[in-house]
Design a protein around this ligand. Structure first.
Ligand code: AMP
Length: 304
């Protein structure tokens, strides 16, 4: 890959680097110039959700690095690593109107050279939900994020709320390993019908795409039930499930009402909760989440 690329649609040139050494010297130069370094890690197939993170980084930092790397260690053996979309040219076009300084698009040989054998094993928030369904997933995520943090040494790194559990795992790693980086979590960007943007949405057939809106509709229903006074998480899950039951192409992986900090299951909703959902539509797996009862007192606060 060339170190500098301009796409046909691009209005600005993005510097594309695929070697750690070249990245390091570029970043050293920026740091010596006193720039605040912002970082957005992605797996590419960029959409408006990714772009919103990049825009936040560009607003708040003076040197922005976006990584594009489909990380093999966070995919299970039966997951979609091989078919995961790799669309570098389109990704560069998607970033053309952002003031990105460097796109880091390393090869797997660069990230996991022969003999690689050290991994980060997150516990706590990493163990339930996605961690339970996708063994090793957060180990792969934490390992690659730590490596990228070491390579980029960002002052601020941006993640999406869409992957809520991932953001908790990253925050925990930053705390546990004393990493000198601030984590910013940005809101989920959605289609006009509520479906959260995801690189995996492109796998959906027309019928699956139509039925996929039930994820968001059920999250909204959960919020409305809490707003109307329902406090029993079991009742809320049951109502959500009923809605899902009407969509024959949507198979539940989980619907969970959990504590926003620990992801421990909640039975009574007396403080804000996160509803996290995962579904299969054919061979595609989608996740989403939302906060419900955000107006309730935070855990540990009195109601008055
Ligand atoms: P990925 O390329 O799927 O690894 O995602 C890269 C980053 O973009 C992660 O921090 C995701 O949480 C974030 N992201 C993915 N989809 C969305 C979305 N719809 N809205 C906001 N952020 C997102």
């Amino acid at each position: 890959m060339s170190e500098s690329a301009t796409t046909a649609a691009a209005t600005s040139t993005v510097r594309v680097i695929d070697q750690k050494e070249a990245l390091r010297s570029e970043i050293d130069r920026a740091r010596q110039a006193g720039r605040v370094i912002g970082f957005v890690p992605t797996m590419g197939a960029l959409h408006e959700g990714h772009v919103s993170l990049v825009q936040a980084a560009c607003r708040e930092c003076d040197f922005v690095v976006v990584s594009i790397y489909v990380n093999p260690t966070q995919f299970g053996p039966n997951e979609d690593f091989n078919k995961y979309p790799r669309t570098l040219e389109a990704d560069l076009a998607a970033l053309a109107n952002c003031q990105v300084d460097v796109v880091f698009a390393p090869t797997s040989r660069e990230m996991y050279p022969d003999g690689f054998g050290t991994y980060v094993e997150p516990a706590g928030a990493a163990l339930s939900l996605e961690g339970e369904r996708r063994p090793g997933h957060f180990r792969g995520v934490a390992t690659i994020v730590l490596k990228l943090f070491e390579q980029v040494r960002p002052d601020v790194a941006y993640f999406g709320r869409k992957d809520y559990q991932q953001s908790l795992v990253v925050r925990q790693m930053v705390r546990d390993l004393d990493l000198p980086v601030k984590i910013v979590v940005c809101p989920t960007v959605r289609e006009s019908d509520g479906l959260a943007l995801s690189s995996r949405n492109r796998y959906l057939s027309t019928d699956e795409r139509r039925q996929a809106t039930v994820l968001y509709r059920s999250l909204q229903l959960a919020g409305e039930l809490v707003d109307a006074g329902e406090r029993d998480a079991g009742v809320i899950v049951e109502q959500m499930r009923k809605l899902w039951g009407e969509q024959l192409l949507v198979a539940e992986d989980y619907i969970a009402v959990v504590d926003p900090d620990t992801l421990a299951p909640m039975e009574r909703i007396e403080h804000p909760a996160v509803v996290a959902v995962a579904a299969r539509l054919g061979t595609t797996r989608l996740i989403d989440n939302d906060v419900i009862g955000s107006w309730l007192p935070a855990r540990g606060e009195s109601k008055t």
